[in-house]
Ligand binder design. Structure first.
Ligand code: 3PY
Length: 257
């Protein structure tokens, strides 16, 4: 198994992605032609179960441009993480990680138990899509080193512990959820509040000191550019459903005016 995204997260170039929230393999395949570095299939806030994720992983793989899929699971659930990895996901995003212990647990969920990961919690099955249904016998031995773990920092408690979370072995990227972070800091809906901006700066600093990438969800390209200039390297350019509504509403307004 190789996961190009895991390597690219260590490099300096910014990686731009898109949230897939439509629950549609057709949309996923179409958007995989748009040239994003990564596409995030969202199981936390979108109607995607593990069957939908499998269909979208296949759809993304069918496109001619190599967008790397990321799957955001809804929680640190062993059975769900296992299924998504068995379906072929190589990069998992965990929402709301609040301590180094939680970060270490998230990493363990992605790892088979082995000498390099004695506390790994991932169950072993050979005949799964990730291992070409048993044809890729090297998968089980190579997966641990290639799965990337992205943890979301999105609460006041996570902020207190961010330096320890960033230093947790196996964490590849700290991803800020600005909506949840601002709510947790007492500023629901105000992602530009000075306290939220100070929190974001602290998270970037902690990640840079620990040598891990920092990611964030931007609402548009102007916001994405600002985040890039602030040192973010893994930036979501909003979500498919948001662009769909923006573009269609604008066209309708234009034709009606
Ligand atoms: C947030 O903004 O809270 C996120 O998790 C991004 O979707």
């Amino acid at each position: 198994l190789t996961n190009p995204l895991k390597q690219r997260l260590k490099e300096a170039d910014p990686l731009y992605g898109l949230w897939l929230s439509l629950g549609s393999e057709n949309a996923a395949e179409a958007l995989a032609h748009a040239g994003f570095d990564w596409l995030c299939i969202d199981m936390e806030h979108a109607p995607n179960d593990s069957g939908d994720v499998t269909a979208q992983l296949r759809a993304i793989a069918a496109a001619h441009l190599p967008s790397e899929p990321v799957v955001r699971v809804p929680a640190k659930d062993p059975w769900l993480v296992k299924r998504v990895l068995d379906a072929g996901a190589r990069t998992i995003m965990f929402p709301n990680i609040e301590s180094a212990d939680e970060a270490a647990h998230a990493v363990r969920l992605t790892q088979y138990q082995n000498s390099d990961s004695p506390e790994g919690l991932r169950g072993v099955a050979g005949a799964v899509r990730a291992a070409a249904f048993g044809m890729r016998r090297d998968y089980v031995m190579s997966a641990n080193a290639q799965i990337a773990t992205i943890v979301q920092i999105e609460s006041a408690r996570a902020l207190e512990n961010v330096e320890a979370i960033a230093a947790t072995p196996g964490v590849d990227c700290l991803f800020i959820g600005p909506a949840d972070l601002s709510a947790s800091l007492g500023h629901l809906g105000d992602t530009k509040h000075p306290e939220v901006l100070a929190a974001i700066a602290r998270i970037v600093d902690a990640a840079q000191r620990a040598g891990v990438a920092t990611g964030i969800f931007a609402l548009d390209s102007a916001g994405a550019r600002q985040y890039r200039d602030a040192g973010f390297r893994f930036i979501a350019l909003a979500a498919d459903v948001m662009w769909l509504l923006r573009a269609t509403r604008q066209a309708l307004q234009e034709v009606r005016s």
